[in-house]
Design a protein around this ligand. Sequence first.
Ligand SMILES: NC(=O)c1ccc[n+]([C@@H]2O[C@H](COP(=O)([O-])OP(=O)(O)OC[C@H]3O[C@@H](n4cnc5c(N)ncnc54)[C@H](O)[C@@H]3O)[C@@H](O)[C@H]2O)c1
Length: 482
Amino acid sequence: MPEIPAVSRRSMLGGTLATGAVVAGLGSAAGAAAATSAAPSAAGAEASAPGRRPGQKSMINVPFEEYRTVRVGVIGLGNRGSGMTTGWSVIPGCVVTAVCDIRADRAERTADGLVADGMPRPAEYGGSADAYAKMLRRDDIDLVYIATPWEFHYEQGKAALLSGKHVVVELPIATEVSELWDLVDTSERTRKNLMLSENCSYGRNELAMLKMAHEGLFGDVTNGHGGYLHDLRELLFSDTYYTDAWRRRWHTRSTASFYAMHGLAPIAAAMDINRGDRMTTLKATATAPKGLADYRERFIPKSHPSWRETYINGDLVSCAIETARGRTIRAEHDVSSPRPYSRINSLAGSRGIFEDYAGTSTTGGRIYVEPDHGGHSWRDFDAYRKEFDHWLWKKLGDEAENGGHGGMDYILQWRTVQLMRAGLVPDIDVYDSASWCAPVPLSVMSLEKEGRPVAVPDFTRGSWVNLRSGLDSRSTDMPPVS
Ligand SMILES: NC(=O)c1ccc[n+]([C@@H]2O[C@H](COP(=O)([O-])OP(=O)(O)OC[C@H]3O[C@@H](n4cnc5c(N)ncnc54)[C@H](O)[C@@H]3O)[C@@H](O)[C@H]2O)c1
């Protein structure tokens, strides 16, 4: 059963979203036209949306089939994939039935690890770049989880959909606009869901921020700021961390916002992107590429293979995004400068503002909302997070905190399995996934045009005007495991 959209205080506040999407009852072709005329810059993107093939239909609000047990096949067993494999295996009603890595020893090591933990031994695939295709022929896999380097995500995600399986893909799902469209179309044709593995959207602060936005605490939300600011220099130059230094090599290929999704997605969710609003244009700027070369000069021996590389990606790549409802989002990416970690997570509107990674409180967040606050000084977020704690964290917080990334991984995996077992609509669908990843290629396009705006495709093909639930879900139980 599809979940019922959350009723929010937005309509009582008379926000633009309510005015446009709910009160006027938009969602029809007329609604789409009205919304488009309010956002002329989006017209080009909508016009360029490829047509659907006969019989191809939207995946919006399409629930999962009800699975008694969710059987997972994993592709890519490095840092991320091996940890997440353990994660899938401990979720109630979930079993890992197959694992694959181009390096066969990693498949064997992962299978051994599951057995040591008391889990059934999964089938192992490896030894060649297309071993995953053999794994996809199995009929005991319902969900494929992909944690390979970025260059393989599109091809492997598409193949998984074509094999009749649902897919969770690590960030980004693809790096070209044409590939993003192809994944949307392939999901619509195969009737299978493809979801970005956007664990940070399940973060405790992020979900509380979302609830507060939807309950009107910030008034009309006007702007947000998020990103991925993570000093990865040591790991990028490590000979053992990223296999074959795949992540560093991306910095030799293009100037792009490779990985801003962890900060962009929570802002997009709070703004109901694809659920009442949509991103229309993107402008990018990039600093000079200094950080990696400087680090190499100081710490890496001249005999290291990295000395044959030239880094071209800007250290800080910033995207300024406009939405159809007149909001703005700043999305940033920097993994090559010295700085403490931050995803920024800032959301602001006519009645207040939240900022993460800024306060001294235990939650790390700070807040200022009217009428509670005045005097131009920030307040701790703690009491607000307690009040607006998302049901997933209230229910799972204690067990989640033993998992990766402060519990976000556990929440994402538990919720995905629950959605599939209970036959619910995914919180993150293929349209969200494509939209959140679109800044990767769009930042390249804008930078090639000296920062001029480029149109953001409307992957929903006009359905974004309909307000619907997503990460702001209602509390439901995990079906019992028999
Ligand atoms: N969501 C998160 O919080 C998060 C965190 C870390 C990494 N990631 C993502 O996870 C992915 C993997 O990152 P990582 O740090 O684990 O990298 P990694 O280098 O440790 O692992 C990648 C693995 O993929 C394997 N591989 C490469 N080509 C393959 C193929 N054709 N078929 C099967 N296996 C293949 C490699 O052998 C390696 O074991 C990346 O997309 C990264 O961005 C996400």
